[in-house]
Design a protein around this ligand. Structure first.
Ligand SMILES: [Zn+2]
Length: 483
């Protein structure tokens, strides 16, 4: 049975998603269609994802900086593919200070152009390379069919921008950051993503090659959860990012860019949530452990709270993000459901009998009913709770991996692909041409997700043909319904 007020996933997955976002208190629609108000609990979840990424960026030598929200229209037009790709999504400022502007300004849809402009000034010599910069900011891309977190006109993200002396170094950086994203998704968000190369049609506007991490959601659809782009010399040529090499020759730099956004929050909701609401992996959960005191008499209340407070302090001291639910006038049952909805990984129940036996009852969010419950002695909490959180993190990744693997199929014919994408992903030899992708999308609603790197070490050594159109295959590609 689904939690009260939540549409069961099997009935309407899209409504389930909206219900959970609302009832778990993550976000709500803003007055401007397509924009969202991220509430504290949703923002704390994003902050934990953000911190997990930021520490990885710094560990790989990147530094944070900030570039302006407003970009001259002329900048966007400098790279031909870039402007063509982004034109339909641009928000344009035409007036400022009560006057019409001489040149319209674009609200950043991404910052390759303005950062390219800055880089052309910052980079003069080979000694200035590599230049490794990241920016945390908001982005605006006009969205016609918005969904909270998944597709919003304004969203939060980070965008990494780097410049290198050689093509090889830039490609190495592109793949390094793809690995960083995969590591974050798998080990923090417990989403077993697949790394791959995007098709030419699906790549970033202005890139030579784009790579992505693709995660499977609870309805078997794919979510592109992060992208890393090798930009070649495209933006260096458009913005004059040049350096003097060791022989004093003027060279163009090679650049990359890469991004992960608040979309990842939507991915966490859909990869792990169930009919009772959210289920959060402990590493990114804003609250890892919630304590719910249970009492009947005033005498018990004092005793139970004194103990609950001690447990709270004890767990806080060992670095657990713990919350004591001291709300009055709500039944324990109501509180249990409420924290279940918010996906808190562990609930500790403390009643008079637990105080007497110097133990607490721990309930796991990821294992329903009696199987997920165990009594833990108070003097064992400092070690057993962190171990329990680790176990939940691993169990959630294992469950998501098993769910995904049961829905990954390989198709030898187009008919097989059609069947497989109804409830899973289909791997085929594919030509990678836009015409063939468009046909598959029109006939099956499945889109090209990526050419997975793990399964394409040699791309197409035996000269396989595309399963759909018969042209020479580029490699093996995943097709799936996607957000
Ligand atoms: Zn084809």
């Amino acid at each position: 049975m689904a939690a009260q007020g939540v549409t069961p996933r099997s009935e309407d997955y899209a409504r389930w998603y909206t219900d959970v976002v609302k009832m778990a208190d993550l976000a709500e629609n803003a007055p401007v269609r397509g924009c969202m108000i991220i509430k504290p609990y949703g923002y704390e979840l994003w902050e934990n994802i953000k911190n997990a990424l930021d520490s990885r960026f710094k560990a790989t030598g990147h530094r944070n900086a900030y570039f302006p929200l407003l970009i001259p229209m002329g900048f966007i037009e400098k790279e031909a593919e870039h402007v063509e790709g982004f034109a339909p999504e641009l928000a344009v400022v035409t007036h400022g200070g009560g006057k019409e502007l001489e040149e319209p300004l674009v609200v950043r849809p991404t910052s390759e152009t303005v950062i390219g402009h800055a880089f052309s000034d910052w980079i003069q010599s080979y000694r200035d390379l590599p230049l490794l910069i990241n920016q945390w900011c908001n982005i605006v891309r006009w969205e016609k069919r918005p969904r909270l977190f998944l597709r919003t006109t304004e969203f939060l993200w980070q965008e990494g921008h780097t410049a290198h002396a050689t093509k090889e170094e830039a490609i190495e950086e592109t793949l390094r950051m793809l690995d960083v994203y995969a590591d974050m998704a798998i080990n923090e968000c417990a989403i077993p993503v697949i790394k791959g190369l995007k098709s030419q049609q699906e790549k970033f506007a202005g890139a030579v090659d784009s790579y992505s991490i693709e995660g499977m959601m609870g309805n078997s659809w794919a979510l592109q959860s992060g992208t890393s782009h090798f930009l070649g010399e495209n933006f260096a040529k458009a913005f004059g990012i040049q350096y003097l090499d060791e022989e004093n020759e003027l060279q163009y730099a090679w650049t990359t860019s890469w991004g992960v956004s608040t979309r990842m929050v939507g991915g966490v909701i859909m990869a792990h949530g169930d009919d009772q609401g959210l289920r959060l992996p402990p590493r990114i959960a804003p609250i890892q452990v919630v304590i719910t005191p249970i009492w009947k008499t005033a005498e018990d209340e004092e005793l139970v709270f004194r103990n609950a407070k001690q447990v709270e302090n004890l767990l806080r001291e060992v670095g657990v993000r713990v919350h004591l639910d001291s709300r009055e006038g709500l039944s324990p049952g109501f509180k249990f459901n409420d924290w279940e909805m918010r996906g808190v990984p562990v609930r500790l129940e403390i009643g008079p009998r637990d105080v007497e036996s110097q133990s607490v009852m721990a309930a796991r969010r990821d294992v329903p009913g009696k199987d997920g419950k165990q009594a833990i002695p108070v003097d064992g909490l400092a070690t057993q709770i962190p171990a329990l959180l680790d176990d939940i993190q691993q169990s959630m990744l294992d469950a998501a991996t098993a769910f995904r693997d049961a829905r990954l199929h390989e198709a030898a014919t187009y008919d097989e692909l059609k069947e497989q994408v109804a409830d899973g992903w289909s791997l085929i030899w594919h030509c990678g041409t836009p015409e063939c992708e468009d046909r598959i999308k029109e006939e099956t609603k499945a889109s090209s997700r990526c050419f997975p790197l793990e399964l394409n070490e040699e791309w197409n050594p035996a000269g396989q043909k595309c399963v759909v159109c018969g042209k020479p295959a580029f490699g093996k590609a995943w097709f799936a319904r996607a957000y």
